[in-house]
Design a binder for this molecule. Structure first.
Ligand code: COA
Length: 142
């Protein structure tokens, strides 16, 4: 897969959010367009995208919090899967945060997403023996 992978343009945020909705990555309490704009406006995070012409065919959001790098919204358009684009997006995300000095990259996979787990194992990722805890800092939207 040799398509260039570059930061998402601000006028492609809506297209990226549509890709995420189609890939089943959004939830009612998240606003993907707002997530995307915030990631693009923060120096330690970005969204990397593969395009074919004007079409956004793959994305990954990545950021470095000072300790670890985290990945969100990895998606490849359904018709484009299986030819190495997901692997290329993850490689680009790893390189982007490695440039910032991140020593390790992590991500969360919903327990219902068995296919994604297989993909990450293929890339050499391993399951960590940790539980993820969270608490809302604002009233839960949606
Ligand atoms: C997960 C996803 C990004 C993979 O993208 P993709 O472009 O099809 O993946 P690639 O073609 O780059 O595959 C890379 C490797 O993963 C493997 N792989 C892909 N899907 C797999 C699966 N479901 N189970 C096991 N391995 C898988 C491929 O065989 C390939 O291995 P190889 O290079 O050793 O042959 C894509 O399926 C997708 O967008 N899914 C919906 C959104 C999603 O679940 N995102 C992850 C959220 S945590």
């Amino acid at each position: 897969m040799s398509l260039p992978i570059r930061p998402l343009a601000s006028d492609q945020v809506v297209a990226a959010a549509e890709l995420w909705r189609a890939a089943g990555l959004t939830r009612p309490w998240n606003d993907p367009e707002a997530d995307a704009r915030l990631a693009l406006s923060t120096p330690t995070s970005t969204i990397l995208a593969a395009r074919d012409g004007d079409e956004v065919i793959g994305t990954v959001m990545v950021g470095f919090d000072g300790h670890r790098a985290w990945v969100y919204y990895l998606a490849v358009a359904e018709a484009r899967r299986g030819v190495g684009l997901g692997r290329a997006l993850m490689a680009a995300a790893e390189a982007w945060v490695a440039d910032l000095g991140a020593p390790k990259i992590e991500l969360m996979v919903r327990e219902t997403n068995a296919a994604a787990s297989g993909f990450y194992v293929s890339l050499g990722y391993t399951v960590e023996p940790v539980k993820v805890f969270s608490r809302w800092l604002v009233e839960r939207p949606g």
